[in-house]
Design a protein around this ligand. Structure first.
Ligand SMILES: NC(=O)c1ccc[n+]([C@@H]2O[C@H](COP(=O)([O-])OP(=O)(O)OC[C@H]3O[C@@H](n4cnc5c(N)ncnc54)[C@H](OP(=O)(O)O)[C@@H]3O)[C@@H](O)[C@H]2O)c1
Length: 334
């Protein structure tokens, strides 16, 4: 096993032109220490991967580096008694793909306590159609449910609606009987968002109008925000009494220009959502829901690419142009 060679996408610093990416031949010996070696069948592309692949030191400190915060595959070697050769597993988050070589390689080696057993009812491919983006969308919905934001309370705002988190959130909201207002910057995608399950679509500029006001008319019972900045502020300012705004992303900004008034006059709850270090019990609960009562067919919003074709998808994501989800099939490179 130790001498096995495989292919991985490697991001590296090019002195002249910043960061670039290429496919390299690697050995299992190149992988970091860990209890379990997994042959990766599928990974997926998340915004964090695009940042890691392009030299964002807030995500990845040391290069050359193999990104990929998601991986699903088979255990091929284990010193952890929980895991046996042949087990089908999902590994998302923790340090995978950040400073630990990630799922854009055909093998990973990770600590046993980062791994979730593939739940019955969800194939490895389906798990990566969801990936961290889908897992995060599900976590946002769990927070709405747990805070009594039921479908009868009113519509839910979803920002960054054409992105990975946004599309899965819209589909889950529809499945669970909610009305959802999708916010997008892509004028061409309104019909597609309605077809996905949104009950209304709003241009991003419309959401951001009146952004200097401290409170906006209460239009939403809750929100799934992936953008941060003024969009998150508008979501909080436009949410009604006891509503819940889940904050999971910063695709637009890390700032939050707000006053206290939505909180002290309407009791709006702002809930932070983090997936990388999500505790294992909650992690398993969410994967089981996604394999069972919350199961979605994501084939329509998901394209499968090989390592050799990831470059275009990474560039589109960095430009805010991505739509839906990209699964990475590790079986073949090109
Ligand atoms: N907290 C966590 O654990 C967690 C987990 C997963 C993701 N995230 C974060 O959630 C965010 C979304 O992730 P994703 O995987 O869904 O990314 P994605 O697929 O790239 O989607 C992001 C969407 O946001 C909009 N957008 C992109 N750039 C923008 C900009 N500069 N200004 C305004 N809108 C912009 C676009 O949608 P429209 O054109 O439709 O507006 C884009 O499709 C990212 O910030 C990511 O890091 C966090």
């Amino acid at each position: 096993m130790n001498d096995r060679n495989f292919y991985a996408l490697v991001a590296y610093e090019d002195g002249n032109s910043g960061f670039r990416r290429r496919i390299e031949r690697k050995s299992i010996n190149d992988l970091p220490a860990g209890d379990v070696v997994i042959q990766v069948k599928y990974s997926s592309l998340n915004y964090k991967d695009a940042l890691s692949a392009s030299g964002n030191r807030g995500v990845t400190k040391h290069y050359p580096h193999t990104p990929g915060i998601d991986a699903a595959g088979c255990v091929v070697e284990s010193t952890d008694p929980t895991w046996r050769v042949g087990d089908e597993v999902i590994c998302t988050g923790y340090d995978l793909g950040m400073n630990t070589a990630g799922g854009f390689g055909q093998y990973i080696r990770v600590p046993g306590n980062w791994i979730v057993r593939r739940p019955a009812g969800l194939s490895l491919l389906e798990s990566m159609r969801l990936g961290t983006a889908g897992f995060t969308a599900a976590q946002c919905l769990l927070h709405l449910e747990q805070n009594a934001v039921t479908p009868d309370k009113g519509p839910i705002l979803v920002t960054g609606a054409t992105g990975g988190v946004g599309t899965v959130a819209l589909m889950l909201l529809q499945k669970l009987g909610y009305k959802a207002t999708a916010v997008t910057g892509k004028a061409t995608e309104h019909d597609a968002l309605l077809a996905l399950g949104a009950t209304a679509v709003m241009d991003r500029n419309e959401l951001l109008a009146d952004s200097e006001r401290q409170l906006l008319p209460a239009r939403w019972a809750g929100a799934v925000d992936t953008l941060g900045g003024k969009a998150l502020a508008a979501a909080v300012k436009g949410t009604g009494f006891d509503g819940v705004v889940t904050c999971c992303g910063n695709a637009s900004s890390g700032d939050l220009p707000l006053t206290v008034y939505p909180f002290i006059l309407r009791g709006v709850h702002l809930v932070g959502v983090y997936s990388a270090n999500c505790p294992m019990a909650k992690r398993v609960q969410i994967w089981n829901k996604l394999a069972g009562e919350w199961k979605l067919d994501l084939s329509a919003i998901c394209r499968t690419v090989r390592l050799g074709a990831l470059e275009d998808a990474i560039q589109a994501m960095l430009a805010g142009q991505s739509k839906g989800r990209r699964v990475v099939d590790l079986e073949e490179v090109t």
